[in-house]
Write a protein that binds this ligand. Structure first.
Ligand code: NAP
Length: 547
């Protein structure tokens, strides 16, 4: 159904980003007969898995789940060597997908999209790249990722530092050898917690600069048991379908049946202990029905983990510093680790509390806090990302109004897929969709399928544009907030609310009503003739038709 068969310089759809979402979009839209072109800032496919090459980087969703479902041949033939995929393994898989489905021929690598402007006369988007190239298409799909804009804090003196510094989200491809070095890691989110145990094994001394303690559970990674792989693969289609009937888009965990407060203390201890031994964050949060909605229930789980930290870390002062006390467990991304807390028992590891004694400056020789100086040869910023809105706001997206203006006080979307005032602009796992609160590849596939069906609908009805209605967007944003307010999530100063970026408006960004409810809503909207969207024909095409 190509829209521009006589104008080869134009594309039907431009896709920004060639991570897991962008790649599937290329494949799916090509199948519709559309001419697509993807632009990717990196030198290869993979998005987050291309950039985040820090030591210990690994997915916190099990590999048999964290993979594409769109091709049964693909999911049958790929062998995951471990329970949780490492970054190199996942990147190998994504490269395999790109080759197997011949996706690279439609991707321009090392090319960053700087501007995207909509022309409502022709109903087309024109993008400009950092290579000075221009391209035009009817549809523009932002597959720009939610955690793709790395941010390091503005600490005075970094430019004077005589050692080397790194950001976990922009890790050198050749790797970094910390052997014999004095290393400082700033940040104890997932990236810090995963990299700290590995860096500690190499470094002469490792200083961990912690502002806020986070909850982390043991991943219990193991080589993939062959019988588990065989059983999973035999049942793959049913498991993939079942994943949509779960809150986080991950099947295989029996749903909880009762509140934590309905169990005795001994029952709770046994339940949490079993989950702790089994490993995994979803299964832990599935211990009881109300861990994410009832503070009293949550306290029981939070305290269980604090007790584990105290039992693991030998120095009581360090243990206490590592005990999170400012948010309920699960309201920030619950981290999975391998020997994180044990690492603090090493002689060569020091935990530095920068909440009490903030970092003042980076010096040529290291780092100075309010009360001490640390000599360092290398600094690792594990300080996170301008999450969910950062990548879109870095591009000058305009349809009259700009995205930067529209989202000045926080993101506003309809279903996390489209934005009122921005026709024909689709997002894959945009803000106010469950993306980051679910199995991300499933979330990408669901969005791409929805978008592809929507494009077919437009084509079949002779429309050249679709746009979210303002009322529908307002109602969705309201619903998003209401759902979040019924949970404990807003209690945490997390990147879910933009708290990690100074000056970013505090708005709860992901949809936490669960994958099941969300997908049902998306399907209903489509079945009802794309309720909440309006359609039309461009001025140019109307004129053409009139002549
Ligand atoms: P993050 O969760 O945002 O953690 C950033 C860390 O840096 C926090 O400890 C934060 O402290 C600290 N920090 C930020 N600015 C600072 C400053 N100015 N001074 C001192 N400390 C500062 O980032 P992340 O660890 O990169 O993880 C982001 C998300 O990526 C995760 O939540 C997860 O969704 C995803 N991820 C997943 C995996 C996985 O699948 N296993 C691995 C890595 C990342 P405060 O808390 O005090 O702000």
């Amino acid at each position: 159904m190509s829209l521009y068969s006589t104008e080869p310089v134009r594309f039907d759809a431009i896709i920004v980003g060639a991570g897991v979402g962008g790649l599937y979009a290329i494949h799916r839209l090509r199948k519709l007969g559309l001419r697509v072109r993807a632009f990717e800032a990196g030198g290869g496919v993979g998005g987050t898995w291309y950039w985040n090459r820090y030591p210990g980087c690994r997915c916190d969703v099990e590999s048999l789940e964290y993979s594409y479902a769109f091709s049964d041949e693909l999911q049958q033939e790929w062998h995951w060597p471990e329970r949780y995929g490492t970054q190199p393994e996942i990147l190998r898989y994504i490269n395999h997908v790109a080759d197997r489905f011949d996706l690279r021929r439609d991707i321009e690598f090392n090319t960053r999209v700087k501007e995207a402007v909509f022309d409502n006369r022709t109903d087309t988007w024109t993008i400009k790249t950092d290579k000075g190239k221009t391209a035009t298409a009817r549809y523009c799909i932002m597959a720009t990722g939610n955690l793709s804009t790395p941010r390091k804090p503005n600490i005075a003196g970094l430019e004077s530092f005589q050692g080397k510094w790194y950001h976990t989200g922009l890790w050198p491809h050749e790797g970094v050898d910390f052997t014999g070095l004095r290393v400082g890691v700033i940040g104890t989110g997932s990236s810090g917690v995963q990299s700290i145990p590995i860096i500690a094994k190499q470094a002469k001394h490792l200083y961990v600069f912690q502002r806020t303690a986070n909850f982390s559970l043991p991943a219990r990674n193991v080589p993939m048991p062959p019988d588990k792989e065989r059983a999973h693969k035999a049942d793959y289609p049913a498991r993939r379908r079942a994943a949509y009937d779960t809150p986080f888009g991950i099947a295989g965990h029996p749903p909880p049946v009762k509140s934590a407060l309905e169990a005795t203390e001994e029952e709770r201890r046994r339940a949490y202990e079993a989950k702790w031994t089994e490993g995994g964050s979803i299964s832990f949060l599935y211990s009881y029905t109300d861990l994410l909605v009832n503070k009293e229930s949550n306290d029981t789980a939070s305290e269980f983990v604090r007790r584990k930290i105290r039992a693991t870390v030998k120095d009581p002062k360090t243990a206490e510093l590592l005990c999170p006390n400012d948010h309920p467990i699960g309201t920030k991304r619950l981290i999975l680790d391998t020997e994180y807390y044990e690492t603090y028992n090493r002689e060569n590891v020091t935990l530095v509390d920068i909440r009490g004694n903030p970092i003042k400056e980076i010096t040529p020789a290291g780092l100075r806090t309010a009360d001490a100086e640390y000599a360092l040869d290398a600094i690792v910023f594990a300080t996170g990302f301008d999450a969910m809105t950062g990548a879109m706001k870095e591009i000058d997206i305009r349809a009259g109004l700009s995205i930067r203006e529209k989202w000045e006080h926080g993101p506003r979307t309809y279903l996390g897929i489209m934005i009122a005032g921005f026709p024909n602009l689709f997002m894959i796992t945009g803000p106010q969709s469950p993306g980051v609160k679910s199995q991300m590849i499933l979330a990408c596939e669901q969005h791409v399928d929805w978008i592809a069906d929507c494009m077919q609908y437009l084509h079949a009805h002779g429309f050249s544009h679709i746009e979210a209605e303002q009322d529908a967007e307002d109602a969705w944003v309201r619903h998003n907030n209401e759902v979040a307010d019924r949970t404990l999530y807003p209690l945490a100063n997390s990147w879910y609310v933009g708290a990690n970026i100074p000056g970013k408006p505090r708005v709860f960004m992901p949809y936490v009503g669960g994958v099941t409810a969300y997908k049902k809503k998306c399907d209903e909207v489509a079945a009802n003739g794309y309720e909440g969207f309006r359609f039309g024909v461009s001025i140019e095409e109307q004129r053409f038709a009139a002549n």
